[in-house]
Design a protein around this ligand. Sequence first.
Ligand code: BGC
Length: 760
Amino acid sequence: MKKTLLLLCAAGCMAACANRSSREAEMDKFVNRLMSQMTLEEKIGQLHLPTVGFDVTGPRMSGAVEQKIKDGQIGGVFNIYTPAAVRKLQEMAVTQTRLHIPLLFGYDVIHGHRTIYPIPLGLSATWDTELIQRIAAAVADEATADGLHWTFSPMVDIARDPRWGRVSEGAGEDPYLGAEIAKACVRGYEQGDLSKQNTLLSCIKHFALYGAAEAGRDYNTTDMSRLRMYNEYLPPYKAAVEAGASSIMTSFNEIDGVPATGNRWLLTDLLRRQWGFKGFVVTDYTAIAEMENHGVGDRARVAELAANAGADMDMVSEYFIDELPALVKAGRVKETTINDACRRILEAKYKLGLFDDPYRGITEERAAAQIMNAGKLALSKEAAVKSFVLLKNDRQTLPLDASKKIAFIGPLVKDQRNLIGNWSAAGDWQQAVSLWSALENKFAKNQSAKNAFLYAKGCNLIDDDALRDKLNRNGGEITPDSRSPQQLLAEAVQTARRADVVVAVLGEPFGMSGEAASRTDICLPAQQLALLKALKETGKPVVLALMNGRPLTLTWEHDHLDAILETWYAGTRAGDALADVLFGDANPSGKITMTFPRHVGQIPIYYNHKNTGRPFNDNEKYTSKYLDASNDPLYPFGHGLSYTQFTYSAVQLSDSTLTDGGSITASVTLTNSGSRAGEEVVQLYIRDKVGSITRPVKELKGFQKAALQPGESREITFMLTTEDLKFYNANLHWTAEPGEFWVFVGGDSATENKATFTLK
Ligand code: BGC
């Protein structure tokens, strides 16, 4: 039986491979024929990606762009969608150009297209790769119905510095979790088959090391050893390449003194030769032009550097179309380099089926059926619920008792604008459900509960005029209240006094995270903290529900408040999800994927650090520590509570030795020892005790989500093989070294629940 199955599988695989290679052969034939008719200028035209806006009348572009499309000088455009606008522009490309080559339509579809899901940092807090893959597929469904082919997502940059605003766009600080999430996104967007009309070409970004910008300041320099790169920063990009990502975007930063966009080691030696990447490389926005500012050459030189490094497509700079023809003629860029780049872009278009149907089946009907349909809205709520992290919950302050008088206080209680966060694509914040309207809905039939809800705004989201102006220049829409800060505060305190419990809904306006939104301090804005202090003084229990895009320093909040729930920017259904979690109709199960520091001065702070020669010891002066604060984070990577409690047995290993090529299992019995059903993210870490190079104090190597009823116990088993113990050694060889290992299993990265084994 097994043998027949194996034979059938083998036959199936062979047929699939044969199909694939015959499809590839057809593609080669098609692209060869097409390229044989193309002039050098037309090939270079395929490498040009400008941005084009649109409105109800269709694409909005200058005459120059229109002429360039007609002249075959543009390979794709971005920032335009809707079936009507896309159709209009595509029609121009396929009917009015000499070779009728369709355009590629890209867009930053980062955490939803029109239906918005939690920001990526929030999604990563679900630790649910199956859910993330489902979301990516739903996003692709919606975005393709709206005319798009290509998303500039996922961002897989490892980020250890929460001052950097773009931590909101990624999966946090861990290479293993980051790699798992990167794969899930690529699989969800591309479905392994771009010929299906509801799949999106993915784009891994930003290659590479963008998350390591010095001082957390966006676009800043990066500099790191190859060891750190290979072991800690590169794994998610590599995993996404292996999962079949079709494109990759260069980053703005330099690496080893050479901007990534012109870095041949990065784009050719590593990406293509070592990793075997077959897709195409697009630069980030004006990144080629910015190489002039980096100081590595003039217009012609930086275009030459980028092309020769391995950048295929120029986003916005226009340096490729302007400079490459002369560079080729002068022999500074080989024609074969242009051919390779052009071929890769034409191949992507071929795989998307654009030469068969340049419109990929878009119709108004399909858009109406797919955009913000009930399934997607339900998925948005499910994701929001699962992304919430209960950071603290003393004396079971949460969930709330609806029979009590509850004061909802804060500028985000009734807010819609901020819920969909930054990079919210075509999301319409006016469709987002605020907490207040979710409460009205939820308790529509429970008049007495509704009557017991009190509200006060309490403070402005931002009181700093200069900061508010900056945020408003980029769509912040923050209007200061007509009442004075003192009046707002007094009203909030009076409201809190009338209640049994206070829920303060506070955080960062969405523009305070994302691109170009670095902060030197990562605390709550001053007037929000003052509000919390005044609420605390009423003596009422205070719950803080946070909306923000990065880890914040919450030391005062942790020390004085009763419960803290991190909700990120949770998307279109944020309010509904929050209402369910606050009242216990859903149990939070998220775990943070970035360490929350106690103090900004601890940054960069991450769980998988090295031990040093003088590890922390508060009783010894000459150890690695601060005088004025402990080394510990406020909340460690992987932390997150539940309304129930989980207990872990000691770790059991199937063997105390692991032989090369073999495997062992590590198991714990997980028990839901509380009184509610709940889900726990069980995490496995290892520590390589002695290595030829120093090894981190802990490294995540596995995780599982387990849903348990009250009183239920379950054995959770992980398999470990030599592969899990490997790292890049000083010669950059991927290797596992014999010796002793600790294996930890627990509910966060601070767990000390461990067992020991030896690799022979
Ligand atoms: C960002 C990219 C984004 C691109 C296109 C850049 O400024 O760094 O992440 O994909 O713009 O909008």
